[in-house]
Design a protein around this ligand. Structure first.
Ligand SMILES: NC(=O)c1ccc[n+]([C@@H]2O[C@H](COP(=O)([O-])OP(=O)(O)OC[C@H]3O[C@@H](n4cnc5c(N)ncnc54)[C@H](O)[C@@H]3O)[C@@H](O)[C@H]2O)c1
Length: 251
């Protein structure tokens, strides 16, 4: 995969789950990775592991649903390593529950982590990238649920649908500045987030229905992200790449 060596990549929510896997993979390809998470300790553990493996990483803690915090974190990364090349808006707070159970507190927290943080991240990225750089990248996250109307996923689905729509807008708005904005929709990947809502038996059942007959793995997602960031994908902008074994396509 060409084009990632030395690239400065900020990943939100990289203290665990898919963000953690992406941070490790991109660092192994030579990127300088900012591992950012609400849970500062987990971000530090991930960054330390990357450094121990010979990679380049730095950890930042903070609530990226806050505009000020996201701007401060991006500024600190750019001050330490130079203009930022890639923003990966991975952070999310997942709750599945029936519509009548959704509280204002839960909805506010989900929107802050999953949607507002995308706006703040993009603003901060635009401020701290090199405007003369020929290419920059933003990766956003949608989800198969946004395309399928699954019961009990109202808040999460609304956010992931909004992020997909925003990705289209940003691809048009920022493409002329050399920034490729793409979304991914990982499907059925067991992570700490899903552990509270999807049992091992549920995952087994799911695997039987997914066209490729297995659940996803974090490395399915990190390899696809590396591709989108590579020179091989240089004309891909505004895509919504399903990394789901065919869930969205087949229903
Ligand atoms: N796992 C799946 O099957 C799946 C499917 C579709 C989409 N996704 C998307 O992939 C992304 C990663 O999912 P995951 O399963 O690894 O989740 P996860 O909950 O395991 O990891 C998310 C990380 O984000 C951090 N975070 C949450 N709110 C934050 C905030 N305000 N500021 C900073 N950090 C914050 C959490 O502390 C956590 O470490 C999410 O956007 C999720 O919606 C996952």
């Amino acid at each position: 995969m060409s084009g990632l060596a030395g690239k400065k990549v900020l990943i939100s929510g990289a203290g665990r789950g898919l963000g953690e896997a992406i941070a490790e993979h991109l660092a192994s390809l030579g990127a300088v990775v900012a591992v950012c998470d609400l849970n500062e300790e987990s971000a530090q553990v991930v960054a330390a592991r990357i450094i121990e493996a010979g990679g380049n990483a730095v950890a930042y803690g903070g609530d990226l649903g806050s505009r000020q915090v996201f701007h401060d974190v991006m500024a600190a990364f750019a001050r330490a390593y130079g203009p930022v090349d890639v923003l990966i808006n991975n952070a999310s707070y997942l709750v599945y529950e029936p519509i009548e159970k959704v509280t204002e507190e839960t909805l506010d927290r989900m929107i802050a982590s999953g949607l507002k943080a995308v706006f703040w991240g993009v603003q901060a990225f635009l401020e701290h990238r090199d405007p003369a750089a020929p290419v920059g990248h933003i990766i956003n996250y949608s989800s198969p649920v946004a395309y399928r109307g699954r019961p009990n996923t109202g808040a999460y689905t609304a956010i992931k649908g909004a992020v997909a729509a925003l990705t289209n807008v940003l691809a048009g708005e920022l493409g002329p500045r050399g920034i490729r904005v793409n979304a991914i929709a990982p499907g059925s990947v067991p992570t700490p987030a899903t552990a509270g809502f999807v049992s091992a038996e549920d995952y087994e059942r799911r695997a039987k229905n997914i066209p490729l007959r297995r659940n996803g793995r974090p490395d399915d997602v990190s390899k696809a992200v590396a591709f989108l960031l590579s020179d091989e994908a240089e004309f891909i902008n505004g895509a919504m790449l399903a990394i789901d074994g065919g869930i969205i396509a087949a229903g």
